[in-house]
Design a protein around this ligand. Structure first.
Ligand SMILES: [Ca+2]
Length: 505
């Protein structure tokens, strides 16, 4: 049926009767696409399984080997004179599902997200990714280059989307029927930017574990890293396990079910001081310095200048802590932000961080444009856009309290919960780490849920998630639209999602 649709579109546009076209134009002909500030640098068909990422790529070898044939288009976009934005667009040469997908990046990015592109292509999507305007995973690109920071903040993703849709149109002689953004972490931040700034770009948006409070995360990560310069303040994996076990023991049953998961960590009031060693240091207790670190990691920063409260990590996240603090990546991302975008000093280090003065700097100027905290989602809602956000409660890298706090603010700013609920839902995943993994159910098909919502009007009242051990599923559980949580019906296996309902806690 889809094939027929493209066939008719082709006939209408090019006006003759081709043999059996799945596409309207040859892949190579896309190279002549004429758009301002867009230079197509290559357009060539890739045979099934023949794609290898530049430099061998990171992982995904088997995933690339199973790819169907596609038309691979690369372009350079220059919306400003200092811009150098690379994008790729992959177009299935047969079996296109009629839809477009933009995929997001991680941390400071600087590379095309080939594994995410491969996944979208396998689902039949025409898909696009950008390097966000620079090469490499550091923020050094931004020092003295405000236009490049703007490209990273939001412009590269938007320009990629506009160009990607034009490439789709040139190749299939048909605009995409539906367009989706799919991203986690930095890609979740990009997702929120799209919803807030470019309401017409996407019909449906997945915002996974979004770094929407980029500046807040930077401030927190560097604050913790500063405290952890003292070696005695650090956690070993064994001590993190001691703390985690105590937290779970204290708060697991608050949700009515002892299952090793804390459904609502915001209600968990655990004081790490109960673990302080009474005599000498022993394996089962924490030193006073470690207790202080734990308190610091859970605690918010309240910015003295703006009064903004920046949350800490949630109880339950302890297994993801490292001796660098929130996570190695959070520390590195934060350190880079201060070095290159705030102080223009590659030698700046965490001991110089001044919580009283430096937090507010992050939200000033072009640095502040990276944040995605604007709650005006009305234009996106009004055009029928759907926003599906998810976040793991045990995320040690981007605090899940960013997501719940933003959702609450968005509800207040956009006409209340019942109104917002028809356009925007947040699914919190107990025990899930950053973008996946962890002790809680963490594998789910959020895109399938969003497609049903956008294309059939079936809003997700729950998303079934599973947890696997050694490759075998050992638990399924519904993820519920916040502020609902999964509640046990009272009988049957606690590892079977069928025995749970979503309920207001
Ligand atoms: Ca529980």
């Amino acid at each position: 049926m889809k094939r027929t649709t493209y066939f008719l579109a082709t006939v209408a546009v090019i006006g003759f009767w081709p043999a059996a076209p799945a596409v309207a134009a040859s892949c190579e002909s896309v190279a002549s696409l004429n758009m301002p500030n867009v230079k197509v640098t290559s357009a060539a068909e890739v045979a099934a399984g023949a794609f290898t990422p530049p430099g061998g790529g990171r992982g995904g070898g088997a995933a690339f080997a199973s790819l169907p044939p596609f038309c691979r288009v690369a372009a350079t976009l220059t919306p400003s004179s200092d811009s150098d934005i690379k994008i790729e667009v992959w177009l299935p040469t047969s079996g296109w599902n009629g839809k477009f997908q933009g995929v997001g990046n991680g941390a400071w990015t600087g590379s095309i997200a080939y594994p995410a592109m491969a996944e979208a292509l396998r689902r039949g999507y025409a898909v696009s990714s950008t390097d966000t305007g620079h090469v490499g995973g550091s923020a050094s690109f931004g020092m003295g280059h405000p236009e490049k920071v703007t490209d990273f903040a939001y412009r590269s993703e938007h320009e990629m989307t506009v160009t990607g849709k034009a490439v789709v149109n040139a190749f299939y002689a048909s605009a995409p029927k539906f367009s989706y953004w799919v991203g986690c972490s930095a890609g979740g931040r990009q997702a929120m930017k799209a919803a807030q700034m470019f309401p017409n770009d996407y019909d449906g948006i997945i915002a996974g574990s979004p770094g929407l409070d980029w500046s807040g995360r930077t401030a927190q990560a560097v604050r913790i890293a500063q405290a952890l310069q003292k070696e005695e303040a650090r956690f070993t994996p064994a001590k993190a396990q001691v703390l985690h076990t105590a937290v779970v023991n204290a708060c697991d049953a608050l949700d009515g079910l002892k299952d090793g998961l804390i459904e609502n960590p915001a209600a968990c009031k655990f004081d790490p001081a109960v673990l302080v060693c009474k005599g000498g240091e022993e394996p089962a207790c924490l030193t006073q310095a470690q207790v202080d670190t734990a308190k610091l990691i859970y605690s918010p920063i309240v910015d003295a200048k703006t009064k903004r409260e920046i949350p800490g990590l949630a109880p339950g996240s302890e297994l993801g802590w490292t001796d660098m603090g929130w996570s190695v990546s959070a520390r590195a991302t934060g350190l880079d932000h201060f070095r290159y975008l705030i102080f223009a000093d590659p030698q700046w280090d965490v001991q110089k961080f001044d919580v009283a003065n430096d937090v507010a700097r992050l939200t000033e100027g072009v640095s502040g444009a990276i944040d995605a905290r604007d709650t005006n989602l009305k234009p996106f809602f009004d055009r029928g856009g759907k926003l599906l956000q998810y976040h793991g409660w045990s995320d040690p890298q981007i605090t899940p309290l960013n997501s719940t706090a933003y959702y609450d603010r968005a509800v207040a700013a956009n006409g209340g919960r019942s109104k917002v609920h028809s356009s925007y839902r947040l699914f919190m995943a107990p025990g899930m780490a950053h973008c996946g993994g962890g002790e809680g159910p963490n594998d789910f098909d959020e895109l399938a849920a969003l497609e049903q919502w956008v294309e059939q009007g079936k809003a997700p009242d729950m998303i079934q998630a599973s947890h696997a051990r050694d490759g075998k599923v050992d638990r399924t559980r519904p993820l519920c639209p916040y502020p609902q949580v999964a509640s046990y019906k009272g009988s049957g296996s606690i590892d079977d999602a069928a025995n749970f309902v979503c309920k207001q806690p």
